[in-house]
Ligand binder design. Structure first.
Ligand code: GLC
Length: 473
């Protein structure tokens, strides 16, 4: 008889239903990767649970249950729907607090607090509704962290079986709003914790406190959050949880991000036909209205416009590099101030820089396939995905040695890694890249080594499986 591990996997977003950022990529891939590890000895029955956001794209939703949550004097109705995605059951939890909030993440933190507390607590009732008991609850970031707190509280108050719990941290600074009043109205008290006082009313610290294991999305990030510089005030807490704090790097969807098959590209290529890549550069320059110069290094930024990503450092560096010959393409949306700064930079170098302040997955792929170097000088980077895509597409990343960037890019082999979050350090790294770029043979060797890197999800999924096994009692 195979052993079965049931995993309830909770996230605010997941491809292909709804995606805002990197979390959506991970929650879209990891549950499948885990299920694929099933073999003769073990079955991983991972099931994904998502909020039924108004923007969710899916037909074939089947209603599987309606129940109520008591909130103060009122009852809030919860509707559960199910669909199958490549054989995996996916559940959507709907209700007024989710409907009331049009977008996945609202700028109104009150709406978000209501929505994700409701979602996290409703998800705990789901197993009973579908008659399927999880061995592990795997939550991601603050939005679903309260499920772990709720689960532990239940164990204490109702004497029910303890379910093992994991919280994966994708972005620590986002800990969620003060939910103490909402929790209380759902009948959950704030426990005595060893968390700093200011944090014990926030979802992600409460989830961290309640979880059996904490996972940071790269080994370096797991080390960084033990330090005051990156811990957002929780370094003492993390130090006390050293034994249960793990770093597991995210994978890349290597089927989707494969330059040999990618239908968004003008010309497909692989490691054995790298010479075909050049055509993509020409097409990209043409599409962007940049001069079609094959030898000029084309720098790229594909990024959220966020101070986290160090985009301002790239802007300052480019501004200071008037004398050397280069072109740049900048694709991204986010902070209006940074978008504005990007457009100003374009105005300064209209024949060299092209800026697109929007989300465009197809153009992003053409940029990875056609540009020469990717700039990613992140101030912090829990894992990062763009650098991995870039390497697989033969675009050499220039990154700061933070979090997952430090774990995925090898300095001098697959990219250029610098230490200080300062535009001068970035400029020095760009100049080193230009030197190698001038020697096509050396450059192509780097491209090939990058393209051959194994970023598959399988390795990471195996680490998660080992972790589940170690915490299931
Ligand atoms: C967040 C982090 C990013 C990480 C992603 C998925 O977006 O900023 O570094 O890759 O989550 O874990």
């Amino acid at each position: 008889m195979p052993k079965i591990i049931n995993v309830l996997f909770l996230a605010a977003e997941a491809e292909p239903f709804v995606k805002v950022g990197g979390l959506g990529d991970v929650a879209g891939s990891l549950p499948h990767a885990l299920r694929s590890l099933s073999n003769a000895d073990i079955t991983l029955d991972v099931r994904l649970v998502l909020p039924y956001h108004p923007v969710v794209k899916s037909d074939n939703l089947r209603p599987v249950g309606i129940f109520a949550l008591q909130r103060g004097d009122a009852e809030i109705q919860v509707e559960v729907f199910e669909t199958l995605l490549n054989g995996m059951p996916v559940y959507f939890i709907g209700g007024d607090p989710i409907r009331a909030n049009g977008s996945v993440y609202s700028s109104d933190s009150k709406l978000d607090a209501e929505k994700y507390t409701f979602f996290s607590l409703a998800a705990l009732e789901l197993p009973r509704q579908i008659n399927w008991l999880p061995d592990v609850i795997h939550a991601n970031d603050w939005h679903t962290a309260l499920s772990l707190y709720g689960s532990l509280t239940k164990t204490w108050e109702e004497g029910v079986r303890h379910i093992a719990s994991v919280l994966t941290l994708h972005n620590l600074p986002f800990m969620g709003p003060d939910v103490s009043a909402i929790l209380e109205s759902y009948g959950l008290k704030l426990a005595q914790t060893d968390l700093p006082d200011w944090s014990r009313v926030m979802p992600s610290p409460l989830g961290l406190w309640a979880s059996d294991a904490i996972v940071a999305v790269s080994p370096t990030y797991a080390k960084e959050i033990l330090q005051p510089e990156y811990s957002c005030g929780l370094d003492d807490f993390f130090q006390s949880r050293r034994e249960t704090l793990h770093g597991i790097i995210n994978g890349l969807d290597e089927v989707s991000f494969n330059p040999a098959e990618d239908s968004a590209l003008g010309v497909n290529f692989d490691i054995t036909s790298l010479e075909k890549r050049a055509a993509n550069k020409g097409l990209l320059q043409e599409r962007l209205g940049l001069p079609r110069e094959s030898k000029t290094p084309l720098l790229a930024m594909v990024t959220r416009m966020d101070i986290q990503k160090g985009v301002d450092l790239s802007f300052t560096a480019l501004k200071s590099m008037k004398r050397s010959n280069w072109q740049a393409v900048i694709l991204g949306t986010g902070d209006p101030k940074l978008e504005d700064a990007a457009l100003k930079l374009q105005a300064l170098f209209p024949d060299r820089i092209n800026v697109q302040t929007r989300y465009d997955a197809g153009l992003a792929r053409q940029i990875y396939a056609g540009s020469d170097m990717l700039l990613m000088p992140s101030r912090y980077e829990p894992c990062g995905l763009s650098q991995m895509i870039a390497m697989h597409y033969g675009c050499i990343p220039i990154v700061r040695a933070a979090g997952g960037l430090n774990d995925t890019v090898i300095h001098g082999k697959t990219g250029f890694v610098f230490q200080k979050a300062h535009h001068m350090s970035l400029m020095a790294a760009i100049n080193s890249a230009f030197k190698i770029y001038a020697d096509p043979e050396k450059w192509q060797t780097m491209q090939r080594v990058g393209m051959a890197q194994d970023f598959s999800w399988e390795n990471s999924a195996k680490k998660y499986l080992e972790l589940y096994q170690s915490i299931i009692k």
